[in-house]
Design a protein around this ligand. Structure first.
Ligand code: PMP
Length: 463
């Protein structure tokens, strides 16, 4: 099985050593390497990943949506190296360090704001996205406990939402593939219909679809008075749920409903933050500020794991007391790691020095032009875009009512076909998407579009 003569050394050797010892994330290991290729990567350069097989792969998914300014970006690499020679890690309880403080200041300065609402005021660090979600949920719950509101134990989340893989984060996720098996272990959450514009009924605008979902949210709140502590959602874009997008009107209504019901709004911008959907944060597109904002992934430019949870002063004040029990006693060993904070600061510097958001607008327009051509392909049922994310929904003959039989594994076929053409796509079911590093150039976008078109054609040829 492992003696694949077509794979050059040393790629073959790395693959053998890998499969002897590694258990990969989100992978049915039995599929490696025959059904699912395994690509040992030697280095990254801008939007490219360079394999030990000597081939270059365009990173069409920003390495799980983390990378912003390109792989091995020298300014971030240098900032990490400098920090590593100074202070690599220190306990953040009872001690502090400059990168953690500076980063908190800068995140609060750029966080979404809403007229008439107190701004986000405090930053709590964790070390990955799921942990950040756990922090936000625990904070919301604990705040009500501290006030003696013990009936407020429920979280509301959206159907088809995703917030991570740890048990708390999984409890507010609604993707059966990840959730179903662990369901007996999960805390109860309430799920409200998704405002997903793809689910609009005939004749309904995206905004009407969003408002219909908001009405259902209002009903859910009405049915559980005084029981809900927080609503958690991915603003504007449900990523793992198939890059499904919704109208910002939903977020505005959700904000109003949270306020009317005394419920905290948790915005999970772990995937949408840092310019991914066209604005620095997706919440800005609705003019809404949450009570808790979860950030990770692109926070460090994609270099190191780090999460930040931004909270309002009101939330923070709810934990101030003489008792330790009322304090938020949550911690992770690497909370606010200095290397990760230094990387994040360097990434924020690049946003300013390189005019990243402005350049992204031009890049997003270039992506839209290339995507329009793909929309005409036979099995493409929907093309949608939010800033630097473009998604292609595949259905039989482009008919939304006729999804492909999952057993055909169209997405996997497309993945392999794109890889053969030097492009890393990682479809979500039968949804192909582009989420490249922001440094992607015109020639790379051409390759991305060409490989995607061919991958769709090749993958659907079996159908
Ligand atoms: N929330 C969202 C919206 C995500 O997309 C993800 C990761 N895909 C997470 C949370 C979890 O982050 P992590 O993988 O770092 O735990």
């Amino acid at each position: 099985m492992l003696a694949d003569p077509s794979m050059p050394e040393p790629a073959r050797r790395w693959r053998e050593r890998d499969l002897a010892v590694l258990w990969h994330p989100c992978t049915q290991m039995r599929e490696h390497p025959d059904t699912l290729p395994l690509v040992p990567v030697e280095r990254g350069e801008g939007a490219w990943l360079v394999g030990y097989d000597g081939r270059r792969y365009l990173d069409g998914v920003s390495s799980w949506w983390t990378n912003l300014h390109g792989h091995a970006e020298p300014r971030i690499a240098e900032a990490i190296a400098r920090q590593a020679r100074t202070l690599e890690q220190v306990i953040l309880a009872g001690f502090s360090h400059a990168p953690a403080v500076e980063l908190a200041e800068r995140l609060l300065a750029i966080a979404p704001r809403q007229a008439g609402r107190a701004p986000l005021a405090k930053v709590f660090y964790a070390d990955n996205g799921s942990a950040g979600v756990e922090v936000a949920l625990k904070m919301a719950f604990h705040w009500f406990r501290n006030r003696g509101e013990e009936r407020r134990t429920k979280f509301v989340a959206l159907e088809n939402g995703y917030h991570g893989e740890t048990l708390g984060a999984l409890a507010v996720g609604d993707i059966p593939l990840y959730r179903r098996i662990y369901a007996p272990l999960l805390a109860q959450a309430l799920f409200a219909p998704s405002p997903d514009a793809y689910l609009a009924v005939p004749g309904e605008s995206e905004e009407q679809c969003a408002l219909r979902a908001a009405d259902a949210l209002a009903d859910l709140f009405d049915r559980h008075p005084g029981e809900i502590c927080a609503l958690i959602l991915e603003p504007r874009l449900q990523c793992a749920g198939g890059m499904r997008m919704h109208h910002p009107a939903y977020l505005r209504r959700a904000r109003e409903l949270c306020d009317a019901n005394g419920v905290f709004l948790v915005a999970d911008e772990i995937a949408t933050g840092f310019g991914r959907t066209g604005t620095m944060f997706a919440c800005e597109q609705a003019g809404v500020a949450p009570d808790l904002l979860c950030l990770s992934k692109g926070l460090t430019g994609g270099f190191l794991p780090l999460a930040a949870v931004l909270a309002t002063q009101v939330l923070y004040d709810g934990f101030l007391d003489d008792s330790r029990e009322r304090a938020f006693l949550h911690s992770h060993s690497y909370t606010g790691n200095p290397l990760a904070c230094a990387a994040a600061l360097a990434s924020l510097d690049i946003f300013a020095s390189d005019g990243v958001l402005e350049r992204n607008r031009a890049t997003a327009a270039a992506m839209a032009r290339r995507a329009a051509a793909l929309a005409r392909q036979r099995h493409v049922a929907d093309v949608r875009q939010a800033g630097m994310v473009v998604a292609f929904e595949l259905c039989r003959d482009g008919d939304r009512g006729r999804p492909f039989d999952p057993a055909l594994r169209i997405g996997l076929r497309a993945y392999r076909a794109a890889l053969d053409r030097g492009v890393l796509l990682r479809p979500l079911g039968d949804v192909l998407y582009w989420m490249p590093p922001y440094c992607v150039d015109a020639a790379q976008l051409d390759l991305l579009a060409e490989a995607t078109a061919e991958a769709i054609a090749e993958a659907t040829a079996c159908a």
